[in-house]
Design a protein around this ligand. Structure first.
Ligand code: AMP
Ligand code: ZN
Length: 111
């Protein structure tokens, strides 16, 4: 399948992982919207949040956000996680992923 995040997960496209485990890889966003902008990407392909019923994976994604927030030192000031879903949700890459944004005040919908 011609999916950029599948290629990143399979290391067909090089990226530097902020965190990686059996179920996901977290990488820096190529077009950061905040000083810290990390994408938490499941290794298995799900097109959107609506397509995934794997509750353990949802737990893994939130645990990764917790860990990355601490690792990057933004946990005390604060951060935001978001899963854009479908067109009006702002989803541009059709492979489930979660954003972690931090490092500046985030006031609007996505800051
Ligand atoms: P979304 O709009 O929620 O689908 O988010 C997709 C995100 O993926 C955007 O913030 C892009 O900047 C980011 N992105 C797209 N391609 C890459 C890539 N090759 N490496 C890192 N981030 C990417
Ligand atoms: Zn994919």
């Amino acid at each position: 399948m011609d999916c950029i995040f599948c290629k990143i997960a399979k290391k067909e496209i090089p990226s530097s992982a902020v965190l990686e485990n059996d179920s996901l890889i977290a990488i820096k966003d190529i077009n950061p919207q905040a000083p810290v902008h990390v994408l938490i990407i499941p290794k298995k392909h799900y097109t959107t949040l609506l397509d995934c019923k794997d509750k353990a994976l949802f737990g893994d994604m939130l645990s990764a956000a917790n860990e990355i927030a601490k690792k990057t030192g933004v946990h005390e000031k604060g951060f935001r996680v978001a899963i854009n879903t479908n067109h009006e949700g702002g989803q541009t890459v059709l492979h489930l992923h979660m954003h972690l944004l931090a490092g500046r005040p985030l006031s609007g919908i996505l800051g």
